[in-house]
Design a protein around this ligand. Structure first.
Ligand code: SF4
Ligand code: SF4
Length: 197
């Protein structure tokens, strides 16, 4: 079966994807695979391979990357960064790949969790607020430690948080992608092929 055709490869995709300048040293990747050896996602998902993802970014294989299921397997734990002899900040690369995927309509079902967390942070100043039972446990532990039962976020802090979301355009961006139609992800990444319709 045919491999990807060169005409689908995007020149300088590594620069394009690094929108925020957080993974500018990708060309220093030694392809040693240490990141894969320490990756919990790779240990449970054989088709997930951070080294291959870097190679695809360098090759400009945008189509295969953005449409792949695998980019949603990363747990963002940064073990790869700790293991990497070249100091490649793979989690930040992955974050930016996901941004582009979501903008293209891929992986929206995975993005919904992030959207909920972002909206929670925006309105409550916290990304995670436990339910009644969990909250009771936290309150008990905090009280035993001599702290206030609950770390209340002041209205001032909440409004500052809200303002940050507005100023940085984060709210508008989250809203814009949340209403996109979902494009199905491609489950054939590990086979090294894309659909050339
Ligand atoms: S550990 Fe670093 S240098 Fe080695 S393959 Fe992974 S990203 Fe590349
Ligand atoms: S951040 Fe992602 S790629 Fe890196 S070790 Fe964790 S799961 Fe693997």
């Amino acid at each position: 079966m045919a491999r990807e055709k060169w005409k689908y490869l995007v020149k300088d995709f590594d620069k394009m994807v690094d929108t925020y300048g957080l993974a500018g040293n990708l060309r220093q990747c030694l392809a040693c695979g240490k990141c894969v050896g320490d990756c919990p996602a790779a240990s449970v998902s054989p088709s997930y391979n951070s080294r291959q993802i870097i190679q695809d970014v360098l090759d400009g294989n945008q189509k295969r990357l953005l449409a792949s299921e695998e980019i949603w397997h990363c747990l963002w734990c940064a073990s790869c960064y700790r293991a990497c002899p070249s100091g490649i900040y793979f989690p930040m690369l992955m974050m930016q790949i996901r941004f582009r995927a979501v903008e293209a309509g891929f992986g929206l079902k995975y993005f919904q969790t992030y959207q909920k967390l972002a909206l929670k942070a925006m309105t409550e100043g916290m990304t995670f607020v436990p339910r009644e039972k969990g909250r009771a446990k936290v309150e008990k532990l905090r009280s035993e430690m001599g702290l206030s039962p609950w770390p209340e976020v002041s209205d001032k802090a909440k409004s500052e948080y809200n303002a940050l979301f507005e100023m940085t355009g984060s709210k508008a961006w989250v809203d814009s992608v949340a209403n996109k139609p979902e494009v199905p992800v491609d489950l054939n990444y590990s086979k090294g092929r894309i659909n050339l319709e």
